[in-house]
Design a binder for this molecule. Structure first.
Ligand code: HEC
Ligand code: HEC
Length: 215
């Protein structure tokens, strides 16, 4: 079967990803040298570093990494009103010299492998599962593997402390409140649906449990 006829059954976002000429020209070796700056905070294997609030990255998909880097570069994430940690990341994205560099560094990051970080958040997994199935699974998938067509990232494999921090940031408007942040605003509305602060830990404990046994 020709490769492009295989594409017909795939969601739009993924079709774009696989058929886009920019991905075909990705230079992983260049990505590796660009990543040297990132490693200071995110770690040599993109495993993340909680002491610096820098999350694990290598469980994410390239498209999502690129999309977030674009947002940081444009000040749509990490701009005015953002959290301290997002403001630390924003200038790092602007260091990347050109658009192709975003693709190169993203391709390098996903080629790495690192273990899921240890559990640091205490929450009620059963209650969390109820919240997740009711409010989150439709976009992020039953196993939190994400959905490219809906721009929803993988959550299984994220640091639990990062999940709680991001949910809190969406709720407070530190993330997702920018007028041009279409996908951030969608997620912000969903974070608001969680009934309490404790619910952030509960849903996170459930998401973290999905990563056990995964890479
Ligand atoms: C000074 C430390 C630092 C450096 C250097 C750094 N980052 Fe970050 N990065 C962070 C922090 C902190 C966050 C969390 C931002 C937040 O809380 O919203 C982050 C978040 C991210 C995210 C968002 C992840 C997600 O799940 O939404 C991506 C993607 C990312 N960084 C990529 C990079 C890349 C690529 C580089 C190198 C070009 C880099 N970072 C360099 C600190 C850093
Ligand atoms: C309508 C679809 C939708 C629903 C429902 C949804 N999300 Fe999201 N979520 C998104 C999108 C889109 C993004 C990416 C936002 C961006 O581009 O900045 C996202 C991002 C996130 C992030 C940030 C991840 C990262 O690596 O930066 C977390 C955490 C998250 N969602 C958790 C949840 C939880 C928990 C629920 C249920 C309470 C939920 N989401 C429900 C669409 C959704």
């Amino acid at each position: 079967m020709r490769w492009h006829s295989l594409l017909l059954g795939l969601p739009l976002g993924l079709m774009w990803l696989l058929s886009s000429p920019v991905w075909a020209g990705v230079d992983i070796a260049r990505g590796e040298s660009l990543y040297a700056t990132c490693a200071t905070c995110h770690g040599a294997s993109a495993e993340g570093q909680q002491a610096l609030s820098a999350p694990r990255l290598n469980h994410l998909r390239e498209v999502y990494i690129v999309a977030q880097l674009e947002k940081f570069r444009a000040g749509i994430r990490g701009g005015e009103g953002a959290s301290v940690s997002a403001k630390q990341m924003a200038p790092m994205a602007t260091v990347l010299p050109d658009e192709q560099a975003l693709l190169d560094v993203a391709a390098y990051i996903v080629s790495l492998s690192s273990p899921v970080s240890p559990v640091t958040v205490a929450g009620d997994e059963r209650l969390g599962a109820d919240y997740y199935n009711q409010f989150c699974g439709a976009c992020h998938g039953a196993k939190a593997a994400g959905n490219v067509a809906l721009n929803s990232p993988v959550l299984a494999g994220s640091d639990d402390w990062y999940l709680v921090a991001q949910l809190a940031a969406f709720r407070s408007g530190e993330r997702g409140a920018h007028a041009k942040d279409r996908t951030g605003r969608q997620m912000r509305a969903m974070a608001m649906v969680l009934p309490s602060e404790q619910a952030l830990s509960d849903v996170t404990a459930f998401i973290r449990s999905l990563a056990d046994g995964a890479d």
